[in-house]
Structure formats: C-alpha cells, structure tokens
Design a protein around this ligand. Structure first.
Ligand code: TYD
Ligand code: MG
Length: 455
C-alpha cells in the first residue's frame, strides 16, 4: 500500500497546501492550517458524484423547465418554519450551528418526535447514548414517539442502516463526531468532517431525504470545520443567545429556499424550547417611567419588525483612551456614530466611556439602529430621559444626514400596535399623514433636527 500523503488544510477556507505555513495563501487567515491525510483519489470510472443517480443531464432552456412542486413539510414549530422559509424541503440539507448547551439537540428532538407521527424520521446521535436521548425525551414529554433513533458514528454504517428505513428526515447530531472509513484522520478533523458531510449530502440529494446536520462552533463563532461545509449545504442556521438569557434566537445566514436574516425566537423552559410568537414584548425591559440612556427602536431582521430597547451608559473616563464598548451593535460603527455626534451635533464625548447594549442579548446588525444608539448615548450623557412611549429608528450618514431604512411602514405600525405615541424617523420614511394610529410621527433629515426633536 502506498504511503499516505500528508497535506495541510485551511480550516477557514478549506484550501489544501503541500507545506505548513503560518498564513493561508488562499484566504489570508492566520494559524488555520492543520495537518491531515490526503484523501485517496477517486478510481477512474467511478460515477460522478454530482449527478445524483438521475438520468444523464441535458442542456435545457430556462423557460422550458417545469419544476416539480416542492411540497414543504411544516416542522410543527412556526418559528422554525419561518427561518427555513416555510418548512422542510425534500432533499435539502440544513446545517445548524451554535454554542454547546444552547439547545440544538433539544430543539431537534422536539421537532423529530412531533414529525415522526407524520413522516418517517431518524435521529442519529454521536454524542449521547440512547439512554441519554430517552431521558431527554422524557423531560420533553415525547418519549412515547415512534421515532427511529441510532447511536452510531461511522457514516457508512449510518447510511447502511438508514437506507432500509427510508426516512424522509435524518438528523446527524453532530457532524463533528461522525467519521468515514475512507479517511484515516480523526473525527472532527477538517478532512473527516468534509468527507463525512459530503457522503451524507450525496445520500440526501439522491434519495430526496431532508438532512439536518448539527455543527459545533469554534471560539471565533463560526461552524468548526472548513468553510466548505457551508458551501455544501442549502441552509445555514445559527442558534444564538446571551449566556444568562433564556431566550434563543435562530437566524438564517444562508438559505437557498428562503430569505436570509430571518429570525425565529424561542425560550428555554423546564420542558424544552417554547416558541415566542410575539418577540417584541420580551426585548423591551419594563421601566415604570422612562430612564436616561434608554431608547426603543424597531428592527426589521428578515421580514419581521421587532421592538428592541437600546441602552447606553456614558460616563467620564479615567483612561487615556476612553472605552467604546458595544454589545449588540458593532463597536466600529459606535465609534463612527460618536464622531458624527460630535461633528454634526456639537456634542463632544471624546473624554467619556461609552457602553451600548441591546436588552435581551439581541444582536442588531442593521444600520437602522444608528439613530437610537446616538440618542440613547446623548440621553445618558445629559442624564435626561427620552420621552415616554417614544420609538426611534434611522440610519446616520457621515455628513450628519438621516437616511431612510427599508420597511418604514411596517416598523411604524408595529410600534403603534404596541402603544407607542411618538416616533422619530428619517424624513424619507414619513407616511403621508403625520400619524399612524394614535402615534405622532416626526420626520428628520439631519442629526441636529433629531436632537432638537428630543429636547
Ligand atoms: P442541548 O440541547 O443539550 O444543547 P446542545 O445540543 O446545543 O449542546 O441543551 C441542553 C441545555 O438546555 C442544558 O443546559 C439543559 C437545558 N434544558 C432545559 O433547560 N430544559 C429542557 O427541557 C432540556 C431538555 C434542556
Ligand atoms: Mg447536543
């Protein structure tokens, strides 16, 4: 037998190199090359893996293609269906990542137990014993489900045992624990994860089985294993939460069958994950009266408007370089917004520490939060509360202009629905009448106008 060839694979982009180096020459990431054993080249004559056992492909005209009706299977949890784009698509592959203990196994066991009444489903665990799975099911109250479960880590054996069951949905918990006999490196290594995942993906595509892969995340927050894993699958979901919070948010970061950035919200209870269908209520903290440093905004992550509270604390700094700490929004953007506040609002915060947080551990990435962040900081600096029942959103430009944000109308009606009485929004987002329900809407074109509107 020929000696196995060693290669170095980049954990970030999956490129392979003949020699180790500190930096990957393909993607530029540092310290990401790991040693692994080169996979044996495919034998000549082996069938091409991309043609999932279908008839020989033909060149066709786009407008002549008649797509088969993709019947989506609802998962039984509308919050999960929302991030999936409306349910499970047959033959689709979903990668779900998240920190340990966040509830990936819990959620999937709940979904599978419920679905197993309607379609044949298989839960493959490589991390826990069947007794542990049963204990968890008891806790969730689903231990009587007719769900097929398997504790196995060898992909070839998993597939051999799965085929006769003809499942319509298979969950692999987790992709880092399974291994293929075709590759000699240890489970969890880059080449092993890549090879095992690609075998499972081929199985899903060839049989039309929906496949859910659970993935661990690294300390940098990306799914461990090469980026190629994200390229291989149709949908990538991340499970997020703040350590102390019982709320969990599932976010779609890639979806070939639906919109990205769509959010599903759950709460962890003593009997598993419960969906939260009205999340606006939980991301607002209930102050008796308005407090300084707090501003409420409407985010629109994905298609759903949601009220969240942005809090800021501005305090005289003891440091040479005052701190700018943002949990939720981006720290770089916070520094930029404070510069705009100084230059175009005439408010110097250069000698102040500024901390910004979004209540409930929500991560708000959209620029529509800019105006709420700046006004919350200003409110804390002046130690004066913003008006009660006031909602704010809008993007701030470097020239001090307030730019419109997408979905202004939906944001306004969500705020009006929750009893807000005043809104400060970009002028270009103004509705024709100056009211939405009982809410007065104030349009501002410049940061200075927004500061006047709260004074
Ligand atoms: P788990 O699903 O095992 O996480 P992952 O698979 O993402 O690593 O999460 C289990 C955590 O959730 C654990 O800390 C206990 C808690 N939990 C509950 O609070 N209620 C429950 O009903 C269950 C099953 C778990
Ligand atoms: Mg788990």
């Amino acid at each position: 037998m020929a000696r196995n060839k060693t290669v170095f694979i980049c954990e970030s982009c999956g490129a392979s190199h003949a020699k180790w180096a500190g930096q990957c020459s393909d993607c530029g990431a540092w310290n990401t090359l790991v040693e692994s054993v080169a996979a044996a080249p495919a034998k000549p004559g082996a069938s091409a893996p991309t043609n999932f056992g279908n008839a020989a492909p033909q060149v066709e005209r786009l407008n002549a293609i008649r797509p088969a009706e993709t019947a989506r299977t609802p998962t039984g949890l509308s919050e999960l269906d929302r991030v999936l784009g409306g349910g499970l698509v047959p033959g689709s592959v979903i990668l779900i990542g998240g920190d340990p203990g966040i509830g990936k196994s819990t959620l999937l066991l709940q979904v599978l137990a419920q679905l197993s009444a309607a379609i044949p489903a298989l839960y493959v665990t490589g991390e826990e014993s069947l007794e542990q799975v049963h204990l968890r099911a008891q806790r969730l109250g689903v231990d009587q489900a007719e769900l097929a479960v398997l504790a196995e880590t060898c992909v070839e054996r998993v597939l051999a045992l799965a085929k006769p069951q003809a499942p319509r949905l298979v969950v692999i918990d987790s992709v880092q624990t399974v291994f293929s006999q075709a590759v000699t490196s240890a489970p969890g290594s880059v080449s092993q994860v890549r090879e095992s995942a690609s075998m499972l993906v081929r199985f899903a595509k060839a049989t039309g089985t929906a496949l859910i892969l659970v993935g661990h995340v690294t300390k940098e927050g990306t799914i461990a294993g090469p980026r190629v894993l994200e390229h291989m699958v149709d949908t990538v979901l991340y499970f997020e939460a703040e350590a102390s919070s019982r709320f969990r948010v599932i976010r779609a970061v890639k979806n070939r069958f639906g919109a990205v950035n769509e959010l599903g919200v759950f709460a962890m209870s003593s009997a598993g994950l419960k969906q939260v269908t009205n999340p606006s209520a939980i991301f607002l903290s209930r102050h008796e009266t308005a407090v300084p440093g707090s501003a409420v905004m409407v985010t629109r992550e994905g298609s759903r408007p949601m009220l969240v509270e942005v809090q800021a604390l501005v305090d005289e700094s003891q440091l040479h370089n005052p701190r700018r700490v943002a949990l939720g929004p981006d720290s770089q953007r916070l520094a930029m917004l404070l510069a705009v506040l100084h230059r175009h609002g005439g408010i110097p915060l250069g000698d102040q520490d500024v901390f910004v947080n979004v209540v409930g551990g929500m991560r708000v990435t959209e620029t529509a939060a800019d105006l709420a962040v700046v006004l919350a900081a200003l409110s804390s600096f002046r130690d004066r509360a913003l008006g009660e029942r006031l909602v704010i959103f809008g993007e701030i430009g470097l020239a001090g202009e307030i730019r419109p944000v997408p979905g202004g109308e939906e944001r306004l009606s969500e705020a009006a629905k929750h009893g807000f009485t005043r809104a400060i929004v970009p002028k270009a987002n103004m509705p024709r009448s100056k009211r939405v329900g009982d809410m007065e809407v104030v349009g501002v074109a410049r940061l200075s106008e927004a500061i006047d509107a709260i004074s």
